[in-house]
Design a protein around this ligand. Structure first.
Ligand code: FAD
Ligand code: SIN
Length: 529
């Protein structure tokens, strides 16, 4: 089956929906999403969205905090434009119906998280993402030009590859013509032709055994872009959130928002000793890379499986009022956060790198945009500042939408794409092989490519990855297309990019720490090296 739309949007998180709402006045939009539309990382965002709202905060302070967190690798011009546009984008979310908490005086109740020098995080209790998704989805469903294909999986992007034309990475004239999309219910693969395509597919936390990310986060967009030879960058910078709830049966790991530390919670050992002062003068509110590494060190020193977050000094009513989701979740496993310390461990949380884009979300492939977590805009550098991700998605989706809408009339459909070749077998043992290989992959990444890295660990990871890569490609060639085999293939692709880029970085910077190169290398003039 073939289908044609002006704007193809892959992903229904904040990046996909906010873009779709803007381009929908300029043509037909189809949003493809592999699960139910609300099932996104966006929905699980707790802390909130960072934006400069009132004095004494200033754009300059937010810019400085973002640059410091990025450890000299952020692109200052990108940081500047993102922060300067922050207030306008947040106001737009509010106009679209998202509610953020206010104080009794009617001003927005701003939170503070690690690395922020001012209170500037707008939030809706401790479930901000859910509120944003609610508002954006409602608007999108009301728009006559927007169609949402739920439970449809994008397999691959359409480009010159499908015409048998040889292309190499970085070539200026690679183009995107849409995507092959699988309807798992019928097994049909739709050739979805589009004038422009936006990848808004989110992150890849499931490459690791322990992650805060929902199951949908398997790096599909970044892997698809890589396969059509778009430029991918900064994949070595995987952000581990310092505080996910230690509850080994939970998948994904439940996040304990950094905003709780901004509200007065303090990290302690199981014995109740504070330890963050040994690592950074900002203590529990140092940037995430520092806090996650400190926790990792403390756990290794003590042999404990977790450290603790102590909220007992916070007023009980305030605590429950501001963090009702965390209170209820902890209570459900027997932890009363007003009386007990919360056991916490770091978990894979955010992909700072991804598909390289410019200031309009344009990738290196013509008519292919990327925004949100799958994109690398230059904002985060070597480490993302907390709550800058929702902001980045809103800013770059706006910019991408302006660019795409402006040129849509000048783009023609490309009609000569062959339909998907559905040849293949149903292999009885396929699911078992896929499940086992996924576990092997996650164990390789967690054991050898985690918070602390070394040359030996990275080599070991790559050697083992090569084996499962070959086995999985073999399985993929033989079997009928399925979501499971595609996701595994994509995760192997992501793991390869993380390991290779980690091997190339002969220094320790931001989220990439190597015991073989513990120092920072001199920075070159170009900040997006
Ligand atoms: P997502 O919201 O993840 O959406 C991805 C979409 O792509 C989904 O609809 C998915 O189905 C679709 N998709 C993926 N692959 C395919 C495919 N092959 N075919 C079809 N569809 C596909 N950031 C902040 O700034 N503030 C916070 O407070 C905050 N808290 C967080 C808490 C948690 C628990 C987590 C996990 C993240 C948090 N983050 C936070 C990060 C932030 O939520 C994400 O980076 C952001 O929401 C990503 O938005 P997105 O639109 O790029 O992707
Ligand atoms: C959190 O609430 O701690 C997560 C914020 C973020 O990832 O930006």
């Amino acid at each position: 089956m073939q289908k044609k739309v002006d704007f193809l949007v892959i992903g229904s998180g904040i990046a996909g929906l906010s873009y779709a709402l803007k381009v929908a006045d300029h043509g037909k939009v189809c949003i493809v999403t592999k699960d139910k539309a609300e099932e996104t990382a966006t929905k699980y965002a707790q802390g909130g969205i960072a934006a400069v709202m009132y004095s004494p905060d200033t754009y300059e302070k937010h810019i400085r905090d973002t640059m410091i967190a990025g450890d000299d690798l952020s692109d200052e011009s990108i940081v500047r434009l993102t922060i300067i546009e922050s207030t306008e984008r947040v106001k737009e979310l509010i106009e679209w119906g998202a509610h953020f908490d206010k104080t009794k005086t009617g001003r927005y109740d701003l939170g503070k998280e690690g690395g922020h020098s001012e209170y500037r995080v707008l939030h809706h209790k401790d479930n901000t993402g859910n509120e944003i998704i609610r508002a954006l989805l409602k608007k999108a469903k009301e728009h006559p030009n927007i169609e949402i294909l739920e439970d449809h999986f994008t397999i691959d992007l359409l480009s010159q590859h499908h015409l048998g034309v040889g292309v190499s990475r970085g070539m200026p004239d690679i183009q995107c013509y849409g995507a092959y999309v699988l309807c798992p219910e019928t097994g049909e693969v739709i050739t979805l032709l589009a004038k422009t395509t936006l990848l808004a597919t989110g992150g890849a936390g499931n490459v690791y055994s322990t992650t805060t990310n929902p199951e949908i986060a398997t790096g599909d967009g970044t892997a698809m872009a890589y396969r059509i030879k778009a430029t991918i960058e900064n994949m070595e910078f995987v952000q581990f959130h310092p505080t996910s709830l230690y509850n080994p049966n939970d998948k994904p790991s439940f996040l304990i928002t950094e905003a709780l530390r901004g509200f007065g919670a303090v990290l302690k050992t199981l014995e109740g000793e504070e330890f963050m002062h040994k690592y950074d003068e900002r203590k529990s509110l140092a940037p995430r890379d520092i806090v996650a590494r400190a926790i990792d060190t403390e756990m290794k020193l003590s042999g404990d499986d977790y450290v603790c977050l102590d909220c007992r000094q916070i007023d009980k009513n305030d605590l429950i009022e501001h963090f009702p989701t965390i209170y209820a979740k902890c209570l459900s496993i027997g932890i009363d956060i007003t009386k007990d310390m919360i056991p916490v461990v770091p978990a894979a949380h955010y992909q700072c790198g991804g598909i390289k884009v410019d200031e309009y979300g344009r990738s290196t492939v013509r008519n292919l945009y990327a925004t949100g977590e799958c994109a690398s805009t230059g904002l985060h550098g070597a480490n993302r500042l907390a709550s800058n991700s929702l902001l980045e998605s809103a800013v770059f989706s706006h910019r991408a939408a302006m660019d795409a809408a402006g040129k849509i009339k000048s783009i023609e459909f490309y009609e000569h794409i062959p339909d998907w070749d559905a040849e293949g077998l149903v292999l009885n043992e396929e699911m078992i092989l896929i499940t086992q290989t996924t576990k092997e992959l996650q164990s390789i990444m967690s054991n050898y490519v985690g918070i602390v890295r070394s040359n030996l660990r990275l080599k070991r990871a790559l050697d083992r990855l090569e084996i499962i890569f070959r086995e999985t490609e073999d399985l993929y060639q033989k079997s009928i297309i399925s979501v499971e085999i595609c996701e595994l293939r994509n995760m192997i692709n992501i793991a390869y990019l993380v390991i290779k880029m980690a091997q190339l970085r002969k220094e320790s910077r931001g989220l990439h720490y190597s015991i073989d190169y513990p120092e920072k290398a001199p920075i070159k003039m170009n900040s997006r090296r």
